[in-house]
Design a protein. Structure first.
Length: 261
């Protein structure tokens, strides 16, 4: 007997960094389950395009563009989402960037920008959304990364920022749980558009070679991550908070099997 689809028709969600990739997939999945969605991206055109796509599919959606790594802009984005949706039940802090390079030559500017976008933006948006989420008994999901626990070469700032985001998730869960807010994180692995997999996933040969080392024998998709986010924001996860769920096909657990013998 097939399971009934999750019904989020009473939910109002803000998804940051939703103009493409994983964020767009999350926005689509939430909207497809009935949620009203505010689509954020630093690129106004991309935010508007995804919001229009959701509306064309019958969802209630609006674009709330802006750089959420800057305090006043984060406040404006969250305020616009709350005003446009009539409240807020779900916040998905998905925005993120990578500034690569070895630590010995990484510029202070690239370090600061990476930490600001990958960690501070989640703090700023969550802090601004706190009153609305407390009123609704809401949910926060943060997009961290497998690199938080298995650092990727040449991405020291990103690895550190994603680890900090995982720690921030746990602290939010402990501090805000008594206020009625659940907070969890997802850790994408080899997903197109993330640090470990180039946008588009690379060519077929690269995807095949990378998929061969994953226990589930494939690289993931943005939709794989979106499905886990959907679970975490739904009532099925009503007693789940402070968790960091890897969406990596088991890659993180299998790293020891890749050592030469």
């Amino acid at each position: 007997m097939a399971a009934a689809p999750l019904d989020l028709s009473a939910s109002r969600a803000l998804v940051t960094g939703a103009g493409s990739g994983i964020g767009a997939a999350i926005a689509r999945r939430l909207a497809g389950s009935g949620a009203a969605v505010a689509v954020n991206d630093v690129d106004a055109d991309r935010a508007a395009s995804v919001a229009e796509e959701l509306r064309a599919g019958g969802a209630r959606a609006l674009a709330v563009p802006g750089d959420v790594s800057v305090p006043d802009r984060a406040a404006a984005v969250v305020a616009a989402a709350i005003a446009g949706l009539g409240g807020l039940d779900t916040l998905v802090n998905n925005v993120g960037i990578v500034r690569g390079g070895p630590l010995e030559s990484l510029s202070a500017e690239d370090w600061d920008l990476t930490v600001r976008v990958d960690v501070s933006a989640a703090f700023l948006c969550s802090q601004q959304a706190f009153p609305a989420l407390r009123a609704s008994g809401g949910v926060i999901v943060n997009t961290s990364s497998l690199t938080a626990v298995a650092p990727a070469p040449g991405a020291g700032a990103y690895n550190a920022a994603k680890a900090a985001l995982a720690a921030l998730t746990q602290h939010m869960a402990v501090e805000w749980g008594p206020r009625g807010i659940r907070v969890n994180a997802v850790g994408p692995g080899l997903i197109p558009g993330t640090r470990l997999t180039p946008s588009g996933g690379g060519d077929e040969d690269l995807r095949a070679r990378r998929g061969a080392i994953v226990p589930l024998r494939r690289v993931g998709t943005p939709e794989d991550v979106a499905a886990v986010v959907l679970f975490l924001v739904s009532d099925l996860a009503a007693y789940v908070t402070g968790q960091f769920i890897m969406v990596d096909g088991g890659l993180g657990l299998a790293l020891q099997t890749l050592l030469p013998v």
